[in-house]
Ligand binder design. Structure first.
Ligand code: FE
Ligand code: FE
Ligand code: ZN
Length: 275
């Protein structure tokens, strides 16, 4: 069975997200732990999180994906930016201890002119400060499109972060189909080679989730604009090959496609469940 869900609004709380997921035929979902463009988290409500966990357990959901805010940049050039990233990262991981066994996905960050190697140094430093022994959450590095000075658009960069972090053995990776296609990995015409390359450089055992998006932008454009499934440069057939690929098909797939309503996601989930 295909494991699939979408990004949901956390505005109504955790229980509401689990119910929304059920209502659209999903068995996982993604959410922001806090305002994605700011930093403030809502007051912690452990009962609400427990109610969510109970629904997920009852309906045999696969792991959920919490997404860090876009404003979190572990490799910013200013100490203020990096301190904020560390504060938010730690706080998010603490919140997620109330929802054990799930994922925390983050963008490795933008080095803003310091260079990739300096960026990786800073990302590793942040991970070394926040990855405490016994964490109940698996941290995922998201593969990026390489827009501006984004780190993590090459599999080698993800590998280097994993290798250099003290607890790198515990890190996972989330591939975003829109991002890697725009980064120059041709998942449309040569999916098998991309999967083999990921396996060789990072290792498929590290791959924990896939953000399933079509793209408004062309191959290798290093741009990051998600499109609805079938309406972009990947196309529905390429996306079907991704969700049915023998090495990928059992992963949780998260739609981050632009829809204003749950019905849009319900339609995409139904379409892909027919794959
Ligand atoms: Fe993301
Ligand atoms: Fe994504
Ligand atoms: Zn994106």
């Amino acid at each position: 069975m295909l494991h699939i869900g979408c990004h949901l609004s956390a505005a109504g709380g955790y229980r509401k997200m689990a119910q929304d997921a059920l209502s659209i035929g999903a068995d996982t979902f993604q959410f922001f732990t806090r305002n994605p463009r700011g930093g403030s988290a809502k007051a912690l409500d452990p009962a609400d999180m427990a109610a969510c966990a109970a629904i997920c357990k009852e309906h045999q959901f696969v792991p959920l994906v919490a997404h860090s805010p876009y404003t979190l940049n572990p490799c910013g050039s200013e100490a203020r930016v990096r301190d904020f990233a560390e504060m938010v990262f730690k706080d998010d991981l603490e919140i997620l201890e109330n929802l054990p066994g799930n994922y925390y996905n983050f963008h490795p960050g933008s080095h803003v002119g310091q260079g990739v190697e300096a960026g990786i140094d800073l990302i590793v430093k942040l991970l070394d400060r926040v990855m405490k022994p016994g964490l109940k959450t698996t941290i995922l590095l998201e593969a990026m499109a390489g827009k501006g000075s984004e780190v993590g658009s090459k599999f080698e960069e993800l590998r280097e972060i994993i290798d250099r972090a003290e607890r790198g053995d515990e890190l996972g990776v989330c591939i975003d189909t829109c991002h890697i296609y725009c980064a120059g990995y041709d998942v449309v015409n040569d999916l098998d080679s991309v999967v083999a390359e990921f396996d060789r450089i990072v290792g498929l055992d590290r791959l924990k989730a896939i953000h399933l998006n079509d793209s408004m932008q062309p191959f290798a454009s290093h741009k990051d604009r998600h499109e609805k499934i079938g309406a972009g440069t990947l196309g529905v057939e390429a996306i079907r090959r991704i969700v049915t690929h023998p090495k990928l098909k059992d992963l949780p797939f998260i739609l981050e496609t632009p829809h204003d309503t749950l019905e849009g996601y319900a339609r995409e989930i139904a379409l892909l469940r027919q794959s």
